[in-house]
Write a protein that binds this ligand. Sequence first.
Ligand SMILES: [Zn+2]
Length: 472
Amino acid sequence: MDKKKVLITTAIDYTNDVIHIGHAYQKILADCLARYYRGLLGKENVYFLTGTDEYGSTNQKAAEKRGITPEEHVDEISSKDKAELDSLNLDYNRFIRTTDSDHHETAQKFFQNVFDKGDIYKGSYTGLYCEGCEAYKTMSELDSDGRCLLHPTRDIQKVEEENYFFKWSEYADFLKQLIEAKGFVLPEGKRREMLGFIEQGINDLPVTRPEYKVSWGIQAPNDPEHVIYVWFDALINYFTAAEPEGFWNDDTHIIHVLGKDNARWHALLWPAMLKSAGKTLPSTIYVHGFVNLNGEKISKSKGNIIRPSELVSQFGADATRYYFIKHGPVIEDVDVSVDHIKQVYNADLANGLGNTASRLARLAETSGFEFPLSELKKWDETFTEHFNNFRVDLAVQYVWSKLGVLDKHINDNKPWAIKDAPHLQKILAWEIDELREIINYLEPFIPETASKLSAVFGEEKISLKEQLFPRL
Ligand SMILES: [Zn+2]
């Protein structure tokens, strides 16, 4: 990474329902990356953006069903989503809502830029539409019953309407070149999948909906009888937030973190929109897998759902973060269960980090020695290499392997049994130095614990009052 600044974004969540742990995984991953880059480049050089996607027919209908206005509906869901993210101690720079006024203005200007380029024309669309995806579908994208693979409980709609179309097909060669260059879409499997989509052919895309059908949207600047199609508007959120803050330019490494259901929009549509509007392209589209719960897809209708805050109240924010960083779907889908979270909590945090820190603190305290602070080393290459590859799972395992070496040293040397004071001091000094180094690696993963431990072991006279990660 040769750029001075980094922008990290998550997908913005659709406000049809409050987010669950599947969505939260992505936010934890992005927060971990943002904290890492802040440590590397300085706080002022990193911008972390998340938020909610609030327009479109699904939200309009959800509000109608509840007998409230769309504004009331999205205000409620968006603030609950934000509270869920805050429970995980996410340190974002902005929580953007597509209903924010600056986004309205930017989305309309952006649309106008694409229109002025000659890339938007009037046409009519006949075909299928999934309101769950807010997307047009072809038969090949549906299951054998003609239902959306992601929304099997919803009826697919047949739509026939006048729209404005984006000349997406004209960007096929540009997209092919962009995605053939390694590193733009990660991981590799997703890059090949995107190339496959280009090969199947890219068709022009309706980028407005008629106002009489969908009134809950941003008005198209060229025609008051149309609103901007929700995906076209939603993708622009990144530009709305980052550009005025100086994070949408060639000096910035722009990283979009998202789930596999959003990969096509980000890898294929968004770069074409940016190219058409004459804006900087993102650097990397990072696509992660899905979280399944107890062996099944997370589904509200099946009652198979957990909110992040529920895990936080049981295990704490740091432990929830730790679990998902280590075991989350960084590439492939994973299956999680509360039992597994508890098991990992007890093994790695209660018996692992918590126990080692309290053992060493107790030994340091009872020995009465002072431990002069040595200068901390920078994060080593193995660690930074894992982050460069987005492998936060390997990065956290690497830190825990250091903890394993320290544990073994403590068990082998049995400092609690050493009677010879200078020898004891030597052993403890080495062990405390090691722990200090490990603590220095913790901030991106478990920031609250990192800060508590830094305070305790950042003193020459060590004293730990609190029990970290009590056994569950
Ligand atoms: Zn769908």
